[in-house]
Ligand binder design. Structure first.
Ligand SMILES: Nc1nc2c(ncn2[C@@H]2O[C@H](COP(=O)(O)OP(=O)(O)OP(=O)(O)O)[C@@H](O)[C@H]2O)c(=O)[nH]1
Ligand SMILES: [Mg+2]
Length: 195
């Protein structure tokens, strides 16, 4: 069993990607469990600091496969014992720090074969995010095993290159790929990276 955590700011495309990946796994007859942590927070300008103190994740009632579980760790243990999927994909809120989620996975004792963080960057709001929440953004990306620059359909090639250069100078060791969940660009490559 492999666990993937989708890290990325509010609106970066986590849920969209989660659904596309889930259907790719299902098409290939793999069992996938999704854990989504709704933020319920809209217009959360001042909430970034609050998110930095995130210790545990409370799952919403609408949690896809574990509506009885109150916490991420319980949910993970229940998923493992009840479903035992090939893949678990977790979407924390856009204000969570994914490396903290990874730590929760580690101490939950579900003992996955691997646990990876996928960082998602929003092309459309890139400048704004860097300007207003640059430090938080970097902390969010810091723990990623690879980084996806999403919404490539909304940027011209030059702009896309600028963003990718910025990301690779900031995170030189991390694999980087531009994708569009909307058009499907490079999603097959993402799938390959995840196996
Ligand atoms: N043009 C374009 N829009 C996209 C793409 N991916 C996602 N979106 C749109 O971006 C918006 C936010 O996408 P979500 O998948 O809800 O993003 P999220 O990260 O789950 O958002 P939160 O859970 O609120 O943090 C939606 O309107 C999506 O349709 C893409 O590749 N291109
Ligand atoms: Mg979402």
């Amino acid at each position: 069993m492999y666990v993937y955590i989708l890290g990325g700011f509010l609106g970066s495309g986590k849920t969209s990607l989660l659904m596309r990946l889930a259907s790719m796994y299902i098409e290939r007859k793999l069992r996938v469990a999704l854990l989504v942590n709704e933020s319920g927070e809209v217009g959360v300008d001042g909430a970034t600091l609050k998110a930095e103190g995130y210790d545990a994740i409370e799952l919403p009632n609408g949690c896809i496969c574990c509506s009885l579980s109150g916490t991420l760790q319980n949910a993970l243990r229940n998923i493992k014992s009840d479903i035992d999927p090939d893949i678990i994909i977790i979407e924390p809120t856009g204000l969570a720090l994914p490396h903290k989620v990874k730590e929760l996975v580690r101490i939950s004792m579900i003992d996955p074969d691997g646990c990876f963080i996928i960082g998602i960057v929003d092309v459309q709001r890139f400048d704004d995010l860097i300007k207003k929440k640059g430090e938080f953004f970097k902390r969010q990306m810091h723990g990623s095993d690879f980084i996806l620059v999403n919404k490539s359909d909304l940027a011209n090639p030059q702009r896309l290159d600028e963003i990718k250069s910025w990301m690779s100078s900031e995170f030189p060791e991390k694999p980087l790929l531009s994708i569009s969940v909307k058009t499907g660009e490079n999603l097959d490559k993402v799938y390959e990276m995840m196996k």
